[in-house]
Design a protein around this ligand. Structure first.
Ligand code: SF4
Length: 199
């Protein structure tokens, strides 16, 4: 595995959070560049979101998807945060889960620009990181605190939303390291030391 991680890392891929309680790979559809139904650049937005949020440790795994139109090929409405692009902007959905117990997202709000998508996404992640219990996915967390509470924090309190997003951005400066790349590079005392060395 370290050889695989080394190859991936040297090709620019981050693999160390594939099993972590952190952001998983952002899923997108092909978007307006390649699909006649596309309304926005879902692929480019997904890449932006992933670059900003990978390595962000969470109470549990966290999935994001961006669909280029309401046909929703990226299945954004069963993700922890889903973006559904429409002609006039971006619908933001939260609290979905496609596991054993499927939960469709709640509609949070609609925004007009990619910058707003990024601000609301990072603020939502930070609120979840600060207030959910360890091992809470967003679905049970939102069911416990209520969608109106999340809307109050993110929509009715713009200054609070900006501050949440700023705290997230600040913390990312210290967390975007790929632990498996460190392991592959031979770093000692990396995070994933073997429990037992077999001879
Ligand atoms: S979600 Fe819409 S834009 Fe994206 S691939 Fe499907 S039909 Fe095309």
């Amino acid at each position: 595995m370290p050889d695989v991680w080394r190859d991936l890392s040297s090709a620019g891929f981050v693999s160390g959070h594939g099993y972590a309680k952190a952001l998983r790979t952002v899923k997108t559809c092909v978007g307006k560049e390649w699909c006649r139904f596309g309304t926005q650049d879902s692929t480019g937005l997904g890449i932006q979101l992933e670059r900003l949020t990978w390595g962000s440790w969470m109470p549990h795994k966290f999935k994001i998807a961006v669909s280029g139109c309401p046909r929703n090929c990226a299945e954004a409405t069963v993700k922890d945060l889903g973006v559904v692009c429409v002609d006039s902007g971006y619908e933001l959905h939260v609290g979905g889960n496609a596991g054993i117990k499927v939960r469709v997202t709640d509609f949070l709000c609609k925004v007009a620009t990619e910058e707003e998508v990024i601000e609301y996404t990072t603020a939502f992640i930070q609120l979840y990181r600060e207030e959910a219990h360890y091992l809470d996915r967003t679905a049970p967390w939102i069911e416990r605190v209520g969608l109106t509470y999340v809307q109050r924090r993110l929509i009715e309190d713009p200054m609070g939303r900006v501050e949440l997003a700023a705290r997230f951005t600040h913390s990312q400066k210290f967390s975007q390291t790929d632990p498996w790349a460190e392991r592959a590079s031979g770093k000692e005392q990396h995070e994933f030391a073997p429990v037992l060395e077999l001879s």
